[in-house]
Design a protein around this ligand. Structure first.
Ligand SMILES: *Cc1c(COP(=O)(O)O)cnc(C)c1O
Length: 219
């Protein structure tokens, strides 16, 4: 299948599950994850009308997105990978949404940079729903306190929560937990689901799914 056909297939599958789950067709947004792919693989996806993209490394994104953004209006770039505080200035300058806010130090660095650069980004708090030691994210039990601190003290626009369930587990309970936490925190958006499980995520209320290999091919 060509890249355009794979994009269309993913969009149709999202729309189909959304309908089955009695959700509005436009209520789930696709973040096309273009990490490791070069600009010439990304451009055809932009040409099909896709505008929201995800990258997991600041430096890699800096190498390809400024030129792609220049060519097309309305691109929205999401950082979905772990961020080091020494990269926060670059991240704030390039990205529109940062989905991987996972500790106080980085939240403070991002708040400082937004103020310095006069940029208004939107943010998600990443939650380590499986409490995996090697994985980034806030402990589910501390999520509400952390979100409150980010909003009230740091004035960050936290619009939702993000999670990456453990690779070897049924993702459903993790998606359900993220949805429950979002309600408790009073945030509207849920970023959950990747190529292997985005349909399940939509059933559990995802408002955006992050899909890479199902569109761009294996990495
Ligand atoms: C790479 C990545 C994805 C996309 O994964 P696929 O399985 O290729 O769809 C989604 N979310 C995060 C955080 C990623 O790093």
């Amino acid at each position: 299948m060509e890249i355009e056909a794979r994009l269309e297939d993913v969009l149709q599958r999202i729309a189909a599950v959304a309908e089955q789950a009695d959700r509005k067709p436009g209520s789930v947004s696709l973040v096309a994850v273009s990490k490791t792919f070069e600009a010439d693989a990304i451009q055809p996806v932009i040409d099909c009308g896709q505008r929201v993209f995800g990258e997991n490394r600041v430096q890699e994104a800096q190498g390809k997105w400024p030129a792609l953004k220049e060519k097309t209006e309305g691109i929205e770039l999401h950082l979905i990978g772990p961020l080091q505080s020494n990269k926060s200035a670059d991240a704030v300058a390039l990205f529109d949404v940062i989905q991987s806010v996972d500790r106080e130090k980085i939240a403070r660095a991002l708040a400082d940079e937004c103020q310095k650069q006069g940029r208004a980004l939107r943010f998600y708090v990443q939650v380590n729903t499986g409490l995996e030691p090697q994985k980034a994210g806030i402990d589910p039990r501390e999520t509400a306190t952390f979100v409150t601190m980010c909003r009230d003290e740091l004035k960050l626009t936290i619009e939702g929560l993000m999670c990456i369930p453990p690779a070897d587990e049924n993702p459903g309970p993790h998606f359900a937990l993220l949805a429950k936490l979002a309600k408790e925190c009073g945030v509207q958006k849920l970023s959950m689901g990747m190529s292997g499980d985005f349909e399940t995520a939509v059933e559990f209320g995802a408002t955006s799914v992050r899909v890479g290999s199902a569109i761009f091919g294996t990495r």
